[in-house]
Design a protein around this ligand. Structure first.
Ligand code: SF4
Length: 374
């Protein structure tokens, strides 16, 4: 069913009203809704493919993700996620000093549950630091672990001991930060403890000078330093304005993540044109397109840094790989949506956007036309 954009708009306007009234869709109506999602996804893909064709240096990392630059700079933390046994999350800090509009915890950063004094959450289990030898002795060591919960530099001195233990066990470790609380002293201490890779969320401060300076400082202490940030129009602009300064830091890689939204942060982007990838993540059309435009520039200008397209497709590949490592059944994946049901109203702007074109349209078959689908 290659539903036309006009029919899609009529149906989604109706579905949004049904949703508002708390009613559920019939099976045929669900078929229409899923046909619209597919049309939006194909439209997004056609737009991206057109940009990708203009990047002669675009490379694929063994079919799982795309980048431009030298493969030797590809972040080992990502290789661990995509090919190894590591998307092992270590959680500690439940606070952040910023309020980014794209934060998955927007509006509720203050309500994130504490891990607990002296405790660490690893793979969903609570450990004291002194339990780590036991864990490493009993279970198979992951290729890597990542410190992923809010802003670790809120209490970075608590991390050094745990980092040291994982380092001594030969586990590759990467950490995320917004960079605003980084100092020469704490960066040196992280490097000394054995952190392998530090990733700065540049979008959190719209590429603040202090954070760019911290990236340069981190390069003096930590083996691999990168930028990992959701791609938004604001970041795109800020990055271009400070491009020379950013590239001069010697940063090793840049992961531009395709922004995806959940019920916490979607309000900050309401009215933009969205699509849904494989009935899972909901993203603005512009996010991955801006990444590809930036990669085109990086390729043309031969930036001395690897630029990685951390897209929804990459995360889909990562989730499939992760389940395979866990011994899941064929086809198993944790890929899925962040909304309880399709947010019909949020998708209406894309259906009204004259720049979004459905690649192929057909009249609806009998029984699915507006007014006769039950
Ligand atoms: S810096 Fe990270 S954790 Fe903090 S508000 Fe921004 S996105 Fe959320």
């Amino acid at each position: 069913m290659k539903i036309s954009k006009k029919d899609a708009l009529a149906w989604f306007t109706f579905f949004a009203q049904l949703q508002e009234a708390g009613e559920t869709l019939t099976v045929r109506q669900q078929e229409v809704a899923l046909a619209v999602l597919r049309q939006l996804e194909l439209a997004a893909r056609a737009r991206r493919d057109a940009i990708a064709r203009e990047i002669p240096g675009l490379k694929s990392l063994r079919g799982r993700t795309f980048y431009v630059g030298e493969e030797k700079q590809f972040p080992r933390g990502c290789v661990s996620c995509l090919f190894g046994s590591g998307l092992s999350a270590v959680r500690k800090t439940n606070r952040c000093n910023l309020r980014c509009p794209f934060c998955y915890d927007y509006g509720c950063t203050e309500e994130q549950p504490p891990i607990g004094e002296g405790m660490w959450e690893i793979g969903g289990t609570r450990f004291a630091e002194e339990d780590l030898p036991l864990l490493l002795d009993i279970q198979k060591k992951p290729t890597g672990v990542a410190y992923v919960y809010l802003e670790p530099f809120m209490e970075i001195e608590r991390y050094y001991g745990v980092i040291r233990r994982f380092h001594e066990a030969g586990v590759y470790q990467h950490m995320y930060t917004n960079g605003t609380l980084a100092t020469p002293e704490n960066l040196a201490a992280l490097g000394e403890a054995g952190l392998d890779e530090l990733r700065f969320n540049l979008g959190a401060t719209n590429a603040a000078d202090g954070v760019i300076d911290a990236i340069a400082e981190a390069k003096r202490h930590i083996p691999a330093v990168g930028i990992e940030t959701p791609m938004t129009p604001v970041l795109y602009q800020a990055f271009l304005e400070k491009k020379e300064k950013i590239l001069a830091t010697g940063v090793d890689f840049i992961n531009f993540a395709e922004l995806h939204l959940n019920p916490n942060n979607i309000g900050n982007y309401w009215g933009e044109s969205f699509y849904i990838a494989r009935q899972g993540y909901l993203s603005p059309f512009w996010s991955r397109e801006l990444t590809l435009r930036m990669m085109k520039l990086a390729d043309q200008e031969r930036w001395p840094v690897l630029v990685h397209d951390c897209s929804n497709r990459t995360k889909f590949a990562r989730d499939l790989h992760q389940k395979a490592v866990e011994g899941g059944w064929f086809g198993a994946s944790s890929w899925g949506g962040e909304f309880e049901t399709i947010p019909y109203e949020a998708l209406i702007p894309a259906l009204q956007d004259p720049d979004i074109v459905f690649t192929q349209e057909e009249p609806l078959p009998p029984g699915y036309r507006f007014g006769e689908c039950f």
